[in-house]
Ligand binder design. Structure first.
Ligand code: ATP
Length: 257
């Protein structure tokens, strides 16, 4: 049984259909990225999965006992409120000390427990939100543009952390991202959304599909291909984050550096 399956899912907000006929299945251990233009329904889809919005038609079937960790697009914290990271992670309910320590380690920020939340950098705060989601021991981790506002390095580091979380916990990850060039390396599958699912498959298949090119432009697809070249040779300056091997059977888009 899949962790989650959406069958012909429709969602209407304010009397307008924003998601239409969504069929999607998520299995344990896979990293799936949702891409799509602004307003295409990506956040709404995540919110439907956590139960914050109700489908108007279709089915959303969760594996019994499924636990979901959710990292929202943004979270406003009252800057005048003194609060340590540990205290923040224990809201709204307390967790054992060991669990908090472990979540911070898994999020890649083991040393931040006593830091004031308001003193954290943007990248550190996103890691704390990730730790908060990991406290739930999720089978499925949902990330809604979790790297918004981070620089290129911070973004790449964050996605590397997500891959390590997936390895350690064996959870599935569904993430919304606009940073396609970075996400390409970390995703097993890309789902392109524009109210309905336009196309889905391995990153290579999606960027070369006509539906994707129509939405984002052929230029974007060609630029992205550059980021996923395959190394059968060595460089003098090895990249800090070498591209992951491509999935078997994927169409091969290659650019020479
Ligand atoms: N509470 C609401 N009431 C009415 N319409 C809404 C509501 N929330 C979202 N919408 C509309 O639903 C559509 C999808 O919004 P959503 O936030 O899911 O898109 P998105 O793909 O995540 O966008 P972005 O990339 O800009 O974050 C948009 O047209 C938005 O205006």
């Amino acid at each position: 049984m899949p962790l989650l399956s959406l069958n012909d899912l429709h969602v209407a907000l304010g009397g307008r259909t924003v998601l239409e006929g969504i069929d999607l299945r998520l299995d344990r251990g896979e990293i799936v990225t949702l891409v799509g233009p602004n307003g295409s329904g990506k956040s709404t889809l995540l919110r439907a999965i956590i139960g914050a919005v109700q489908p108007t038609r279709g089915q959303l079937v969760r594996q019994p006992g499924l636990t979901i960790g959710y990292v929202p697009q943004r979270l406003a914290i009252d800057a005048t409120l003194p609060m340590t990271v540990t205290r923040f992670l224990n809201l709204p309910r307390r967790h054992p000390k060991q669990a908090v320590r472990q979540a911070l380690e898994q999020a890649g920020v083991p040393g931040l427990s006593r830091q004031q939340v308001t003193d954290l950098s943007g990248g550190q705060f996103q890691r704390i939100l990730l730790a908060r989601a990991l406290l739930e021991q999720p089978d499925l981790l949902l990330l809604d543009e979790a790297t918004q506002g981070l620089d290129h390095r911070g973004t790449a580091d964050f996605y590397r952390q997500i891959e390590s979380v997936r390895r350690e916990l064996g959870c599935a990850v569904l993430m919304v991202s606009h940073e396609l060039h970075v996400v390409m390396r970390a995703s097993d599958r890309v789902v392109c959304l524009n109210r309905h699912v336009c196309c889905q498959g391995t990153p290579e298949r999606v960027i070369s599909s006509p539906a994707y090119r129509e939405l984002f432009g052929a230029d974007t697809a060609d630029t992205l291909a550059f980021y996923r070249h395959h190394h059968d040779h060595s460089h003098h300056d090895a990249p800090a984050n070498p591209p992951a091997p491509s999935a078997a059977g994927a169409s091969h888009l290659e650019a020479t550096p």
